[in-house]
Design a protein around this ligand. Structure first.
Ligand code: DAH
Length: 346
Protein backbone atom coordinates (compact mmCIF):
# COMPACT_ATOMS: atom_id res chain seq x y z
CA UNK A 1 0.00 0.00 0.00
CA UNK A 2 2.92 2.30 0.73
CA UNK A 3 3.97 1.57 -2.86
CA UNK A 4 0.60 2.62 -4.18
CA UNK A 5 0.76 5.88 -2.21
CA UNK A 6 4.18 6.65 -3.67
CA UNK A 7 2.89 5.89 -7.15
CA UNK A 8 -0.04 8.26 -6.65
CA UNK A 9 2.31 11.10 -5.68
CA UNK A 10 4.59 10.43 -8.64
CA UNK A 11 1.67 10.29 -11.01
CA UNK A 12 0.25 13.53 -9.57
CA UNK A 13 3.58 15.34 -10.04
CA UNK A 14 3.49 14.55 -13.75
CA UNK A 15 -0.20 15.18 -14.18
CA UNK A 16 -0.33 18.66 -12.60
CA UNK A 17 2.47 19.95 -14.79
CA UNK A 18 0.20 19.24 -17.79
CA UNK A 19 -2.79 21.15 -16.44
CA UNK A 20 -3.40 24.41 -18.34
CA UNK A 21 -7.10 25.10 -17.95
CA UNK A 22 -9.22 25.48 -14.88
CA UNK A 23 -11.70 22.85 -16.10
CA UNK A 24 -8.87 20.30 -16.54
CA UNK A 25 -7.64 21.15 -13.08
CA UNK A 26 -11.05 20.57 -11.48
CA UNK A 27 -11.48 17.27 -13.36
CA UNK A 28 -8.07 16.04 -12.27
CA UNK A 29 -8.62 17.11 -8.68
CA UNK A 30 -11.85 15.07 -8.65
CA UNK A 31 -10.03 12.02 -10.07
CA UNK A 32 -7.52 12.28 -7.25
CA UNK A 33 -9.33 13.53 -4.15
CA UNK A 34 -13.03 13.34 -5.09
CA UNK A 35 -15.34 10.67 -3.56
CA UNK A 36 -14.19 8.12 -6.14
CA UNK A 37 -10.69 9.53 -6.50
CA UNK A 38 -7.61 7.29 -6.39
CA UNK A 39 -6.33 8.81 -3.15
CA UNK A 40 -9.76 8.56 -1.52
CA UNK A 41 -9.97 4.87 -2.43
CA UNK A 42 -6.69 4.12 -0.72
CA UNK A 43 -7.67 6.06 2.38
CA UNK A 44 -10.75 3.94 2.73
CA UNK A 45 -8.61 0.85 3.01
CA UNK A 46 -7.20 1.81 6.37
CA UNK A 47 -9.69 -0.59 7.95
CA UNK A 48 -7.97 -3.53 6.27
CA UNK A 49 -4.52 -2.63 7.57
CA UNK A 50 -3.41 -4.73 10.55
CA UNK A 51 -3.98 -2.86 13.81
CA UNK A 52 -0.28 -2.49 14.66
CA UNK A 53 0.51 -0.95 11.26
CA UNK A 54 -2.37 1.51 11.31
CA UNK A 55 -0.65 4.46 13.06
CA UNK A 56 2.22 4.38 10.56
CA UNK A 57 -0.18 4.06 7.63
CA UNK A 58 -2.31 6.94 8.95
CA UNK A 59 0.79 9.09 9.20
CA UNK A 60 1.77 8.28 5.60
CA UNK A 61 -1.76 9.09 4.44
CA UNK A 62 -1.55 12.51 6.06
CA UNK A 63 1.84 13.24 4.54
CA UNK A 64 0.69 12.23 1.09
CA UNK A 65 -2.47 14.27 1.47
CA UNK A 66 -0.38 17.36 2.28
CA UNK A 67 1.90 16.70 -0.69
CA UNK A 68 -1.04 16.31 -3.05
CA UNK A 69 -2.71 19.46 -1.76
CA UNK A 70 0.50 21.42 -2.24
CA UNK A 71 0.88 20.14 -5.79
CA UNK A 72 -2.71 21.11 -6.57
CA UNK A 73 -2.35 24.59 -5.01
CA UNK A 74 0.78 25.30 -7.05
CA UNK A 75 -0.93 24.13 -10.24
CA UNK A 76 -4.00 26.28 -9.54
CA UNK A 77 -1.79 29.33 -8.88
CA UNK A 78 -0.14 28.83 -12.26
CA UNK A 79 -3.51 28.59 -14.01
CA UNK A 80 -4.83 31.74 -12.27
CA UNK A 81 -1.76 33.76 -13.20
CA UNK A 82 -2.16 32.68 -16.81
CA UNK A 83 -5.82 33.70 -16.72
CA UNK A 84 -4.96 37.19 -15.41
CA UNK A 85 -2.19 37.62 -17.97
CA UNK A 86 -4.52 36.66 -20.81
CA UNK A 87 -7.04 39.25 -19.60
CA UNK A 88 -4.40 41.99 -19.33
CA UNK A 89 -2.93 41.27 -22.72
CA UNK A 90 0.76 41.09 -23.50
CA UNK A 91 3.27 42.04 -20.84
CA UNK A 92 4.01 45.75 -20.41
CA UNK A 93 6.68 47.06 -22.74
CA UNK A 94 8.39 49.98 -20.97
CA UNK A 95 10.11 51.10 -24.14
CA UNK A 96 6.83 52.05 -25.87
CA UNK A 97 5.72 55.73 -25.76
CA UNK A 98 3.00 56.37 -23.17
CA UNK A 99 -0.62 56.71 -24.32
CA UNK A 100 -1.99 60.17 -25.08
CA UNK A 101 -2.34 62.19 -21.86
CA UNK A 102 -5.94 62.91 -20.89
CA UNK A 103 -5.84 66.06 -18.78
CA UNK A 104 -8.80 66.74 -16.52
CA UNK A 105 -10.91 69.87 -16.76
CA UNK A 106 -13.29 71.77 -14.51
CA UNK A 107 -16.85 70.52 -14.18
CA UNK A 108 -19.33 72.85 -15.93
CA UNK A 109 -20.95 73.71 -12.58
CA UNK A 110 -17.54 74.64 -11.18
CA UNK A 111 -16.87 76.78 -14.25
CA UNK A 112 -20.14 78.69 -13.81
CA UNK A 113 -19.52 79.06 -10.06
CA UNK A 114 -16.03 80.46 -10.68
CA UNK A 115 -17.28 82.81 -13.38
CA UNK A 116 -19.99 84.22 -11.11
CA UNK A 117 -17.60 84.60 -8.17
CA UNK A 118 -15.15 86.44 -10.43
CA UNK A 119 -17.90 88.79 -11.67
CA UNK A 120 -18.76 89.72 -8.08
CA UNK A 121 -15.15 89.86 -6.91
CA UNK A 122 -14.58 92.62 -9.42
CA UNK A 123 -17.08 94.82 -7.62
CA UNK A 124 -15.70 94.18 -4.17
CA UNK A 125 -17.55 91.09 -2.96
CA UNK A 126 -15.58 88.48 -1.03
CA UNK A 127 -16.35 84.77 -0.93
CA UNK A 128 -17.77 83.51 2.38
CA UNK A 129 -18.45 79.89 3.23
CA UNK A 130 -20.78 78.12 5.60
CA UNK A 131 -21.41 74.50 6.61
CA UNK A 132 -23.68 72.20 4.61
CA UNK A 133 -24.96 70.68 7.83
CA UNK A 134 -26.81 73.57 9.47
CA UNK A 135 -29.31 74.25 12.20
CA UNK A 136 -32.88 75.49 12.17
CA UNK A 137 -31.75 78.86 13.49
CA UNK A 138 -29.43 79.69 10.59
CA UNK A 139 -31.63 78.12 7.93
CA UNK A 140 -34.99 79.50 9.12
CA UNK A 141 -35.42 81.36 12.44
CA UNK A 142 -32.86 84.07 11.83
CA UNK A 143 -34.18 84.42 8.27
CA UNK A 144 -37.59 85.40 9.59
CA UNK A 145 -39.08 82.08 8.54
CA UNK A 146 -41.48 81.14 11.33
CA UNK A 147 -41.98 77.57 12.49
CA UNK A 148 -45.26 77.20 10.55
CA UNK A 149 -43.80 78.40 7.24
CA UNK A 150 -44.19 75.82 4.43
CA UNK A 151 -40.45 75.90 3.70
CA UNK A 152 -39.90 74.28 7.10
CA UNK A 153 -42.15 71.39 6.20
CA UNK A 154 -40.50 67.99 6.53
CA UNK A 155 -41.35 67.52 2.85
CA UNK A 156 -38.75 70.07 1.80
CA UNK A 157 -35.95 69.87 4.30
CA UNK A 158 -33.74 66.99 5.37
CA UNK A 159 -33.82 67.10 9.15
CA UNK A 160 -31.21 65.20 11.11
CA UNK A 161 -32.15 63.09 14.16
CA UNK A 162 -33.21 65.28 17.07
CA UNK A 163 -30.39 64.18 19.41
CA UNK A 164 -27.55 64.41 16.87
CA UNK A 165 -24.86 67.04 17.61
CA UNK A 166 -21.87 68.25 15.56
CA UNK A 167 -19.14 69.72 17.71
CA UNK A 168 -17.59 71.58 14.74
CA UNK A 169 -20.88 73.27 13.72
CA UNK A 170 -22.04 75.70 16.40
CA UNK A 171 -25.74 75.87 17.20
CA UNK A 172 -27.25 79.17 18.19
CA UNK A 173 -29.22 77.69 21.06
CA UNK A 174 -30.14 74.03 21.29
CA UNK A 175 -31.98 73.85 17.98
CA UNK A 176 -32.11 70.88 15.64
CA UNK A 177 -29.61 70.14 12.87
CA UNK A 178 -30.57 69.78 9.20
CA UNK A 179 -29.01 69.84 5.74
CA UNK A 180 -29.23 73.41 4.48
CA UNK A 181 -31.98 73.93 1.92
CA UNK A 182 -30.46 77.18 0.65
CA UNK A 183 -27.23 79.17 0.96
CA UNK A 184 -29.05 82.05 2.70
CA UNK A 185 -27.73 80.46 5.93
CA UNK A 186 -24.34 81.98 5.16
CA UNK A 187 -25.82 85.50 5.36
CA UNK A 188 -26.59 84.88 9.02
CA UNK A 189 -23.24 83.30 9.89
CA UNK A 190 -21.38 86.11 8.12
CA UNK A 191 -23.35 88.87 9.87
CA UNK A 192 -22.93 87.24 13.28
CA UNK A 193 -19.22 86.96 12.53
CA UNK A 194 -18.41 90.49 11.45
CA UNK A 195 -19.78 94.00 11.86
CA UNK A 196 -21.25 95.96 8.91
CA UNK A 197 -20.55 97.07 6.20
CA UNK A 198 -20.40 93.73 4.41
CA UNK A 199 -20.24 92.44 0.85
CA UNK A 200 -20.24 88.66 0.49
CA UNK A 201 -20.93 86.07 -2.13
CA UNK A 202 -21.36 82.48 -1.06
CA UNK A 203 -21.47 79.52 -3.41
CA UNK A 204 -22.35 76.09 -2.07
CA UNK A 205 -24.22 72.84 -2.04
CA UNK A 206 -27.86 72.66 -0.91
CA UNK A 207 -30.26 69.82 -0.21
CA UNK A 208 -34.03 69.43 -0.60
CA UNK A 209 -36.38 66.50 -0.43
CA UNK A 210 -37.16 66.76 -4.14
CA UNK A 211 -37.74 63.83 -6.46
CA UNK A 212 -35.15 64.09 -9.21
CA UNK A 213 -36.44 64.92 -12.68
CA UNK A 214 -35.24 67.04 -15.61
CA UNK A 215 -35.30 70.25 -13.56
CA UNK A 216 -35.04 69.04 -9.93
CA UNK A 217 -32.32 67.44 -7.89
CA UNK A 218 -32.26 66.64 -4.17
CA UNK A 219 -28.74 68.02 -4.13
CA UNK A 220 -27.99 71.19 -6.06
CA UNK A 221 -25.90 74.37 -5.85
CA UNK A 222 -26.67 78.01 -5.19
CA UNK A 223 -24.84 81.31 -4.98
CA UNK A 224 -25.94 83.72 -2.32
CA UNK A 225 -25.12 87.42 -2.25
CA UNK A 226 -25.42 89.90 0.60
CA UNK A 227 -24.60 93.61 0.61
CA UNK A 228 -24.97 95.66 3.79
CA UNK A 229 -24.11 99.34 4.07
CA UNK A 230 -25.73 102.69 4.78
CA UNK A 231 -28.43 103.93 2.38
CA UNK A 232 -28.54 100.86 0.13
CA UNK A 233 -31.52 100.98 -2.24
CA UNK A 234 -33.36 98.76 -4.71
CA UNK A 235 -31.56 100.73 -7.42
CA UNK A 236 -28.22 99.36 -6.17
CA UNK A 237 -29.62 95.85 -6.25
CA UNK A 238 -30.97 96.26 -9.77
CA UNK A 239 -27.73 97.78 -11.02
CA UNK A 240 -25.66 94.97 -9.49
CA UNK A 241 -27.79 92.24 -11.05
CA UNK A 242 -27.84 94.01 -14.42
CA UNK A 243 -24.05 94.16 -14.26
CA UNK A 244 -23.93 90.47 -13.34
CA UNK A 245 -26.06 89.33 -16.28
CA UNK A 246 -24.37 91.65 -18.76
CA UNK A 247 -21.02 90.20 -17.69
CA UNK A 248 -22.35 86.68 -18.00
CA UNK A 249 -24.39 86.92 -21.21
CA UNK A 250 -23.20 90.02 -23.03
CA UNK A 251 -23.97 93.73 -23.09
CA UNK A 252 -27.44 93.29 -24.54
CA UNK A 253 -28.71 91.23 -21.61
CA UNK A 254 -31.04 92.90 -19.14
CA UNK A 255 -33.09 92.04 -16.10
CA UNK A 256 -36.62 92.63 -14.93
CA UNK A 257 -37.95 92.57 -11.37
CA UNK A 258 -41.32 91.02 -10.47
CA UNK A 259 -42.76 91.46 -6.97
CA UNK A 260 -42.54 88.25 -4.97
CA UNK A 261 -42.38 87.06 -1.38
CA UNK A 262 -39.41 85.86 0.63
CA UNK A 263 -39.58 86.00 4.44
CA UNK A 264 -36.11 87.52 4.74
CA UNK A 265 -36.46 90.40 2.27
CA UNK A 266 -38.92 93.28 2.01
CA UNK A 267 -39.66 94.15 -0.70
CA UNK A 268 -38.84 90.87 -2.47
CA UNK A 269 -38.53 90.18 -6.17
CA UNK A 270 -38.10 87.42 -8.65
CA UNK A 271 -35.68 88.33 -11.38
CA UNK A 272 -36.17 87.53 -15.05
CA UNK A 273 -33.42 88.06 -17.54
CA UNK A 274 -33.55 88.62 -21.26
CA UNK A 275 -30.42 87.78 -23.17
CA UNK A 276 -31.22 90.23 -25.96
CA UNK A 277 -29.37 88.22 -28.55
CA UNK A 278 -28.26 84.76 -27.42
CA UNK A 279 -30.15 82.46 -29.77
CA UNK A 280 -29.55 79.38 -27.66
CA UNK A 281 -31.09 81.11 -24.67
CA UNK A 282 -34.17 82.10 -26.62
CA UNK A 283 -35.90 85.43 -26.85
CA UNK A 284 -38.23 85.00 -23.89
CA UNK A 285 -37.92 86.46 -20.44
CA UNK A 286 -36.57 83.71 -18.19
CA UNK A 287 -36.96 83.53 -14.41
CA UNK A 288 -33.54 83.20 -12.89
CA UNK A 289 -33.35 84.11 -9.21
CA UNK A 290 -34.82 85.64 -6.05
CA UNK A 291 -33.74 88.82 -4.32
CA UNK A 292 -34.83 91.75 -2.20
CA UNK A 293 -33.97 94.30 0.45
CA UNK A 294 -32.89 92.68 3.73
CA UNK A 295 -35.85 92.56 6.13
CA UNK A 296 -35.24 94.56 9.34
CA UNK A 297 -36.10 91.48 11.41
CA UNK A 298 -33.08 89.68 9.89
CA UNK A 299 -30.82 92.56 10.96
CA UNK A 300 -32.32 92.37 14.44
CA UNK A 301 -31.66 88.61 14.65
CA UNK A 302 -27.93 89.19 14.07
CA UNK A 303 -27.60 92.36 16.16
CA UNK A 304 -27.30 94.91 13.31
CA UNK A 305 -29.25 98.13 13.91
CA UNK A 306 -31.92 98.31 11.14
CA UNK A 307 -32.23 102.07 11.71
CA UNK A 308 -28.62 102.51 10.60
CA UNK A 309 -27.97 99.67 8.18
CA UNK A 310 -29.71 98.63 5.02
CA UNK A 311 -28.87 96.02 2.43
CA UNK A 312 -29.88 93.72 -0.35
CA UNK A 313 -29.60 89.97 -0.78
CA UNK A 314 -30.04 87.55 -3.63
CA UNK A 315 -29.80 83.85 -4.33
CA UNK A 316 -29.56 81.92 -7.56
CA UNK A 317 -29.26 78.30 -8.62
CA UNK A 318 -25.96 77.48 -10.31
CA UNK A 319 -27.46 74.53 -12.22
CA UNK A 320 -30.22 76.72 -13.60
CA UNK A 321 -27.75 79.29 -14.89
CA UNK A 322 -25.50 76.60 -16.35
CA UNK A 323 -28.49 75.00 -18.11
CA UNK A 324 -29.48 78.31 -19.67
CA UNK A 325 -25.91 79.26 -20.60
CA UNK A 326 -25.08 75.94 -22.23
CA UNK A 327 -28.52 74.90 -23.46
CA UNK A 328 -28.64 71.79 -21.25
CA UNK A 329 -32.21 70.50 -20.95
CA UNK A 330 -31.83 67.93 -18.14
CA UNK A 331 -30.21 68.75 -14.79
CA UNK A 332 -29.25 65.10 -14.27
CA UNK A 333 -26.54 65.33 -16.93
CA UNK A 334 -24.48 67.37 -14.48
CA UNK A 335 -24.25 64.52 -12.00
CA UNK A 336 -23.76 61.47 -14.19
CA UNK A 337 -20.04 61.98 -14.84
CA UNK A 338 -20.44 60.85 -18.43
CA UNK A 339 -17.24 61.93 -20.19
CA UNK A 340 -19.12 62.43 -23.48
CA UNK A 341 -21.07 65.19 -21.71
CA UNK A 342 -18.21 66.61 -19.63
CA UNK A 343 -15.72 66.84 -22.53
CA UNK A 344 -17.97 69.43 -24.17
CA UNK A 345 -16.90 71.85 -21.43
CA UNK A 346 -13.11 71.29 -21.68
N1 DAH B 1 -33.16 81.41 -0.64
C1 DAH B 1 -33.93 81.55 -1.87
C2 DAH B 1 -34.15 80.18 -2.50
O1 DAH B 1 -33.56 79.25 -2.09
C3 DAH B 1 -33.23 82.46 -2.83
C4 DAH B 1 -33.15 83.85 -2.31
C5 DAH B 1 -34.20 84.72 -2.52
C6 DAH B 1 -32.06 84.28 -1.60
C7 DAH B 1 -34.17 86.01 -2.04
C8 DAH B 1 -32.00 85.59 -1.13
C9 DAH B 1 -33.08 86.44 -1.34
O2 DAH B 1 -30.97 86.06 -0.44
O3 DAH B 1 -33.01 87.68 -0.88
O4 DAH B 1 -34.95 80.07 -3.38
Amino acid sequence: MQQTLKAIVEEAKNAVSELAMRADFEAYKARLMGPKGSFTQIRKQIGRVPKEDRPAFGKSLNEVKTQLETLLAVALGKIERAEIASRLGPALDPTLPSPEAEPGSLHPLTQVREELCEIFRQIGFVVAEGPEVETEFFCFDALNTPADHPARDLQDTYYLPEDLRFSNIPQYREERYLLRSHTSTVQIRAMLDQPPPLRIISPGRCFRRDTPDATHSANFHQIEGLYVDKNVTVKDLKATLDYCFKSLLGKKAHTRFRPHFFPYTEPSFEVDFHSGHLAKVGTEWTEIMGCGMVDPSVFEAVGYDPEVWSGYAFGMGIERIAMILYGVDDIRYFYQNDLRFLHQFD
